[in-house]
Design a protein around this ligand. Structure first.
Ligand SMILES: *[C@@H]1O[C@H](CO)[C@@H](O)[C@H](O)[C@H]1NC(C)=O
Ligand SMILES: *[C@@H]1O[C@H](CO)[C@@H](O)[C@H](O)[C@H]1NC(C)=O
Ligand SMILES: *[C@@H]1O[C@H](CO)[C@@H](O)[C@H](O)[C@H]1NC(C)=O
Ligand SMILES: *[C@@H]1O[C@H](CO)[C@@H](O)[C@H](O)[C@H]1NC(C)=O
Ligand SMILES: *[C@@H]1O[C@H](CO)[C@@H](O)[C@H](O)[C@H]1NC(C)=O
Length: 437
């Protein structure tokens, strides 16, 4: 079997219809930035906790650090406000207004501040009668609120789904706000929670969602814990047949914020979150305190190799390929025929365990005919070089940690007769046998 024949075969097998994503020209790669919720929540107590309360000062300080400490340079761009920013009352004209005490300059000034630093501002609202924390909701005010955000110069809207009188109104609400944003004429990235609030009642219409939103939350809020990160990964893998095909440039599944740099994840678990968020083509919205983050977390969040996987222009979300012997193998197709591969050790007892690289490569055989170039990104960067198929390399993976690799086709030598025979033998085994190989 010639390499060319196989490549042609692969091209046919992997042909997928183009994704009909939302057409506002935004989020062609997953959004990168910072979002206050997981770390700062609804802390409005600026009297006793001025350093951490939801106020204009918090976002301005975060923006300053983002520019100063390499975050912007690494690609993090959006500084996003979550719940608890507004005043309890709309203004006399029915418009949302920022809490005057905590945002004395108003949102317009904050947006100008972000733009002056080459950053963008995100804001938060809710499709229902009230936000999740009980601030004014947008139901019945979609046009006014979209117009207000556009006038302020806002660049992203996170639109939550609490307090909708009847879940059957969710789809219409999210679509109406999408139209309202479009009508303003301002490019405003639209981050939805539509499927998250619909799943408990029925299977959401992902075709409609991808035509409406730039990204969408499917599952529960992330917490600062390994059990939370694990649950999100499991949910994603269990629903990958529904949600992966709809992801692509302009529209992404959103597994929620990165909690790296906080209190709950070990170093290995932080690496797992970063690696898998890259594999899942997830928005990289950090929720942490960039003013006081340890250097290990910073290096991980700014790791350009991982960010390049996340931002790969092909824009295909990865999937979990196999669960074997307490390991999970996830794969994401990348541009130029490359693949990213993550091997997570899900065993939470014992020490590092070896995963045979051959098994990893077999799962991504497309890149490896007759040989491939393997680069390990996590836990350490190492160029493993050009590997022929039946290599004996082992990948040690710590409990709850992840080995992340990029595998590229290595040009040059054509298949040797011997290698081709091995391939034929391998490919002639049925799928189940291959997986236990
Ligand atoms: C929600 O709306 C549907 C369709 O209009 C209706 O059949 C249902 O009774 C409503 N449910 C509630 C709790 O109001
Ligand atoms: C969305 O807009 C349509 C058309 O104007 C309207 O009938 C519907 O009630 C709106 N839905 C919501 C939730 O506002
Ligand atoms: C509004 O939608 C149209 C059609 O989908 C699109 O071409 C245009 O760029 C959108 N405008 C904005 C501001 O999002
Ligand atoms: C889902 O939404 C799409 C796009 O709006 C629509 O064409 C399709 O009929 C919907 N599917 C179902 C099952 O409602
Ligand atoms: C393998 O990939 C690494 C990392 O991208 C690169 O530096 C190296 O030149 C590649 N080697 C070959 C033979 O393509």
């Amino acid at each position: 079997m010639s390499r060319c024949v196989l490549s042609a075969l692969v091209a046919v097998i992997t042909f997928i219809l183009p994704v009909q994503a939302m057409d506002n020209g935004l989020a062609l790669t997953p959004t990168m930035g910072w979002l206050h919720w997981e770390r700062f929540m609804c802390n409005t107590d600026c009297d006793t906790d001025p350093h951490n309360c939801i106020s204009e000062k918090l976002y301005m300080e975060m923006a300053d650090v983002m520019v100063k400490d390499g975050w912007k340079e690494a690609g993090y761009e959006y500084v996003c406000i979550d719940d608890c920013w507004p005043s309890r009352e709309r203004d006399p004209k029915g418009r949302l207004q920022a809490d005057p005490k905590r945002f004395p300059g108003g949102i317009k000034k904050l947006a100008d501040y972000m733009h002056s630093k080459g950053l963008k501002l995100g804001i938060y609202a809710d499709v229902g009668t009230e936000t999740c924390a009980g601030y004014p909701g947008s139901l019945g005010h979609y046009d006014t609120d979209a117009e207000t955000f556009a006038q302020w110069g806002v660049d992203l809207l996170k639109f939550d789904g609490c307090n909708m009188p009847n879940w059957t109104l969710l789809a219409g609400g999210y679509i109406n706000m999408s139209i309202a944003l479009n009508k303003t004429g301002r490019s405003i990235l639209y981050s939805c929670e539509w499927p998250l609030y619909e799943w408990q009642f029925h299977q959401p219409n992902y075709t409609a969602i991808q035509q409406t939103c730039n990204h969408w939350r499917n599952f529960a809020d992330v917490y600062d814990s390994w059990s939370s990160v694990k649950t999100i990964l499991d949910w994603t893998a269990d629903h990958q047949n529904f949600i992966v095909p709809v992801a692509g440039p302009g529209g992404w599944n959103d597994p929620d914020m990165l909690v790296i740099g906080n209190f709950g994840l070990s170093r290995d678990q932080q690496e797992t979150q970063m690696a898998l968020w890259a594999i899942m083509a997830a928005p990289l919205l950090m929720s942490n305190d960039l003013r006081a983050i340890d250097s290990q977390s910073r290096q991980l969040l700014q790791n350009r190799h991982i960010i390049a996987i996340n931002q790969d222009p092909l824009g295909k979300q990865g999937t979990r390929k196999v669960k074997v012997n307490g390991f999970e193998v996830w794969e994401r197709p990348l541009s130029n025929g490359r693949q990213a591969l993550a091997v997570t050790n899900r065993q939470e007892i014992g020490g590092p365990r070896n995963f045979p690289l051959i098994l990893a490569i077999l799962l991504t055989w497309k890149s490896c005919i007759p040989q491939c170039n393997v680069t390990q990104i996590l836990p350490q960067y190492r160029e493993l070089g050009v590997q022929v198929l039946f290599t004996k390399l082992q990948l040690p993976v710590n409990p709850t940690g992840t080995a992340l690799l990029v595998i590229s086709p290595a040009t040059g030598k054509p298949c040797s007769k011997q290698q081709s025979k091995k391939w034929l033998r391998y490919l002639s085994k049925d799928k189940r046998q291959r997986e236990v190989l």
